[in-house]
Design a protein around this ligand. Sequence first.
Ligand code: ZN
Ligand code: ZN
Length: 375
Amino acid sequence: MSDKRDYYEVLGVNKDATDKDLKKAFRSLARKYHPDKNSDPGADDKFKEIQEAFAVLSDSDKRAQYDRFGHSGPQMGGGFSGFDIRYEDLFGSGLDDLFSNLFGGGGRRSRPRQARGQSILVRKKIAFQMAFEGGSEEVSVDTFLSCDSCSGTGGATRDDVDICSTCRGSGQITQTRQVGPFVQQTSGICPSCQGRGKIIINPCKECKGEGRKKKKQTIRFNVPQGVDTGMRLRMRGKGHVPKQGGVAGDLEIELVLDNHPWFERDGAELLMSLPVGFPDLMLGKTVKISHLDGKPLVIKIPSNSLAGHTLNIPGRGLPDGRGRRGDVIVLLKLHIPNKPSRNLKSQLETLKTDLSITDEDLESAILDEAKDRRS
Ligand SMILES: [Zn+2]
Ligand SMILES: [Zn+2]
């Protein structure tokens, strides 16, 4: 009927194995075949087989059924998909938590809240060009990582981490005291284990029982197009590992976009000032400058342009995140030679009457200017 192996045989124990024998057998087999440590083909199935055998035999009702009916017992059927067991949980007090949580052996005892490591925030300056095309960058961070020698448990050997006897692993203690006619109950963090639920009998030499060591890590990350200063990228689990195991915190990278030599940014729009000589403003001119997208930016200054006016070059700004690009906005500035030569000055003298505003026209010119400003 069933081609399943005998559960006792799977765990390599006798029919009269005690609870302790079962745990011991399960612990050593599970470590051996855990998919994190064993990449042999078939190790995964073996690991599931071990879990299934243990799940049945460690439950006294199911075990009694199995002893009577074998694999065809009323509660035996159905596909067993295995539990999600972390390799680190197979050591020290993690194992006790595992048994009480997964197999219900320990009743409803609360598991100590899994410690969470601190998160790290780093600021990273990135080139302006990244805002245009995105890219890949890296940061170097000093991070507390799980100690290799003790797999993060903090114990010199696997048996040097024990469940805290004060709180019996819950990390919490409840004290009752008589206050007048009342019984007052206070619960708090266990002082013996600081809420970790476990005690290290003999600390690991490598990390002095901390279960973690600081190491420099280089982390690469992708910078999205359109990135701007203040954007934060969160990388789960890349922060510090807490003392004696738990969940690592996050790494948060705050990006600071470097300045561009001449562009200022306004969302997807790029703003720049362009110095233009007076004759070019009057007669018009086309200039070319190098641009972020690799193609030259062609700026056509029409004739009769005025300083202070802007030109719009559509679609040559930054990606707007909706598949389009913003504009480049060019502010025209009047360029006046720094040290005009004597020759230039004398030539200007001859043009003066044409270019200057006469005293009679001054008032109306001022009025026009004021109207311009208000419109
Ligand atoms: Zn404790
Ligand atoms: Zn260690």
